[in-house]
Design a protein around this ligand. Structure first.
Ligand SMILES: [Zn+2]
Length: 125
């Protein structure tokens, strides 16, 4: 079990913090990692009327694949109320000074992570 166990992380304020220009460094949320966060793993949550980002975590390039895999696992086990929907997580490139809506999605990294996930086939208990 790595990272994201607390539901607070999903509804946490990191998404809000990232919506603004961030004047400070953001550190990777990978376990003992001193790296600077370069990517955000997030899903779009919707109740059918509105949607918002649910952030799983912020990671450096080393940890982002693992973080994304955790996000995938988390998304799968989440139970939702009727009408609610949580999209598959995606990897977004953090770019200082840019609003979330302009973040670049890194599908290539997502695919890498999913390949890694199938080879090491664990992550369910
Ligand atoms: Zn890291």
């Amino acid at each position: 079990m790595e990272a994201i166990e607390s539901p607070n992380k999903i509804t946490g304020d990191s998404a809000n913090a990232l919506g603004m220009k961030f004047p400070y460094r953001i550190y990777c949320q990978g376990k003992p990692c001193p790296g600077e966060a370069r990517y955000k793993v997030a899903s779009r949550w919707s109740d059918g009327f509105t949607w918002e980002w649910k952030t799983y975590g912020l990671y450096c390039e080393t940890c982002v694949l693992k973080g994304f895999t955790c996000g995938l696992a988390h998304q799968k086990v989440c139970a939702f109320a009727r009408g609610e929907n949580l999209d598959k997580p995606m990897i977004l490139e953090l770019s200082p000074g840019q609003p979330s809506s302009q973040m670049v999605r890194r599908v290539d990294l997502e695919q890498l992570a999913e390949l890694g996930q199938t080879t090491s086939g664990e992550a369910r208990s």
